[in-house]
Design a protein around this ligand. Structure first.
Ligand code: GCB
Length: 618
């Protein structure tokens, strides 16, 4: 019975009767914006006094006690029990945990407030407030009016600002940020990473013409049957206007370097694109990450982006990039700068993380376990690093809940919408290590279907898990989700969670699905500087031994093995890791330590990748 209601809701979601909010503006980097980054005022509000009255009912919008209202008393007799003050400021973007010692473990509500001026360019224009990410729930108010609420800690969202509400001077912007964990959210209560709270990415005020280009997709058409891209490869995509234009509009797409301009006249809000690129086009690849300036205009709006053209296909046992077999020399990365114990959000942060991956010899990164800052995927585009991008459907989220499914779909939609023009991204992942059950497989299948609807050009996968107690010498990755993914990916920690590393000597892996096989995680913990014999857990020697055995085992992988992304680039914070000597709140499986030093195991993987690169060249 329960199952059939679930199936009905699934069907409703699939047929689009229940829709996720669909108004995200993309390509913010190239829009006219005012940055609202910088110092904001804050109030810490663990009891949510600024939101609920003493009967725990939500305060009315005009209630002077609500923290979205100023807190300035009308006269000296008036009572005010809140207020924003220069004594209490915090930087945006940036998690709150690293900014004040008293916030390290804080999970709850903090109110952010900023006053800003804005001179409108044209009274007919539209205005949006755009947030790169707020972890986890954001309630946004401007000049005492609520603009909206968003959940999901790693994806962008925007709210329209009614022009009449936006003043030339003294706009009072308030964001209530709440990072409490709940069972029915995505992720759920339990994760192996730090729950950094706050406005963790850029905030922008965006001004656009009344009818504007909300989004566009300009990508090579998905290849079939293992084909190498034609000399004049075909672009397939669309341009999405904010709304249907009142009269016919001409949309133009041009790539100046290729001397290409295409025009389309339309009265619709979505314009399909289909055209051939000229023969001199150079395809994007890790060896030659060529990006072209693509300019799109519609009426008075114009935007541009840097786009690379490439194809990706899972064909039989192989992964084909531009029609050629690809081996992924990967590494998993958390969106964290361990040196400062904070979330990553700057250009320099992206350069550090991707630079370290490059030193290891990677051509691919798995951005775990949630969408990273857009600066990461844009930098991966220009450096030529392939990307696996994932939503935080992690471990034991509530798979039986239709509401949780719609939350996961909303995050999937925001992740794909933000980044569907990034050449570097070749795989969308719908989750990590989700325990097998029929309900979970329906849930995950529904996410895969949605990902494919949103983007038909890329691969869809998920990191599957291995049951260590059932491990034999012949291990078969036969999770039923394998039938729906394009790439069978699994996390194995043979020698760390199951036995000792020499277990690798007799272990073999395979999958019954005729698909490429990828190891999405493998790793062992080591405290940098702790040297001992290789049997001592947490020593660099143990981790080194682990990777030596793993590398030897990889030589025996079946012919559909297409690469790996070991766990993990650098040590990262986790409240679950409480060994008082070796961990102290850190997951120590990094190949780099928390100061950026390489551990011994780093060199084992680096050598393996060097050798794989040589084989590639041959
Ligand atoms: C995993 C998880 C990852 C953990 C890692 C570990 O399988 O996917 O999030 O951090 O193992 O260190 O145990």
């Amino acid at each position: 019975m329960k199952r059939s209601i679930f199936t009905l809701v699934l069907l409703l979601l699939l047929t689009g009767s229940i829709k996720a909010q669909d108004n995200l503006i993309t390509n913010i980097k190239h829009r006219k914006t005012l940055s609202l980054n910088g110092k904001w005022h804050y109030i810490v509000d663990p009891y949510e006094t600024g939101f609920y009255d003493y009967r725990y009912k939500e305060l009315k919008e005009d209630n002077g006690d609500a923290y979205w209202n100023t807190g300035i008393p009308a006269n000296k007799t008036a009572k005010k029990e809140h207020g924003y003050n220069d004594k209490y400021t915090i930087e945006v973007p940036g998690d709150w945990n690293h900014q004040k010692p008293e916030f390290v473990f804080y999970e709850g509500t903090i109110w952010y407030q900023k006053t800003f001026d804005y001179k409108k360019q044209d009274s007919g224009n539209k205005y949006y407030l755009y947030f790169g990410a707020v972890n986890y729930r954001a309630d946004v108010y401007l000049n005492g009016k609520k603009l909206g609420m968003h959940k999901g800690g790693f994806t962008p969202f925007n709210f329209e600002l009614p022009a009449a509400l936006l003043k030339d001077t003294g706009n009072f912007l308030v964001v209530k940020v709440d990072n409490k964990r709940y069972a029915d959210e995505v992720p759920t209560l339990n994760t192996d990473w730090w729950n950094y709270g706050g406005i963790t990415r850029d905030v922008e005020l965006v001004e656009v013409p009344n009818t504007f280009i909300r989004d566009f997709m300009v990508q090579l058409k998905k290849p079939h049957g293992g084909a190498i891209p034609a000399k004049q490869p075909e672009v397939e995509g669309w341009v999405k206007l904010d709304h249907q234009p009142s009269s016919a509009q001409t949309i133009s797409v041009s790539i100046p370097e290729l001397k290409l301009t295409k025009q389309f006249t339309t009265t619709d809000s979505i314009i399909p694109l289909s055209f051939k690129l000229p023969g001199q086009v150079r395809l994007w690849s890790p060896q030659a990450p060529k990006l072209y300036r693509v300019v799109i205009s519609a009426g008075t709006d114009k935007t541009e982006d840097e786009i690379g053209f490439r194809t990706i296909e899972a064909y039989g046992k192989k992964l084909l990039l531009n029609g050629k077999p690809l081996f992924m020399r990967g590494i998993c990365i958390h969106g964290e700068i361990p040196q400062d114990v904070r979330r990553a959000y700057t250009q320099q942060d992206a350069a550090q993380l991707l630079g370290q991956a490059r030193q290891l010899g990677c051509n691919m990164v798995r951005l775990a376990h949630y969408p990273h800052d857009e600066k990461m995927t844009r930098m991966a585009d220009s450096l030529g690093i392939l990307v696996w991008s994932e939503i935080p459907v992690y471990w034991t989220i509530n798979f039986g809940s239709a509401e949780v499914l719609s939350k996961a779909k909303a995050q999937l939609n925001e992740m794909i919408t933000r980044d569907h023009n990034r050449a570097s991204i070749i795989i969308w992942s719908v989750g990590n290590e989700t325990p097998i059950s029929a309900t979970r497989t329906d849930f995950m299948h529904s996410l895969i279907t949605k990902a494919k609807q949103l983007d038909s050009t890329r691969l869809v996968s998920a990191a599957l898990e291995v049951n260590y107690s059932a491990l034999k010498d012949q291990n078969i990755v036969d999770d039923p989700l394998g039938q729906f993914v394009d790439l069978v990916a699994f996390n194995e920690y043979l020698g760390w969670y199951g036995g000792l590393p020499d277990k690798c000597r007799t272990t073999n892996w395979s999958t019954p699905y005729n698909k490429p096989l990828f190891i999405s995680e493998t790793g062992a913990g080591a405290k940098a500087g702790f040297h001992a014999d290789s049997l001592s857990r947490f020593s660099e020697e143990f981790q080194e031994w682990y990777f030596k055995e793993q590398v030897d085992m990889l030589k025996r992988m079946p012919d559909n093995f297409v690469g790996l992304s070991p766990w993990v680039l650098a040590d990262f914070r986790s409240p679950k890791r409480n060994n008082p000597v070796y961990q102290e709140g850190w997951n120590r499986k990094g190949l780099y330590d928390d100061k950026g030093n390489k551990k011994k195991a780093f060199y084992i993987m680096q050598n393996y990748y060097k050798q794989k690169t040589k084989e590639e060249v041959k």
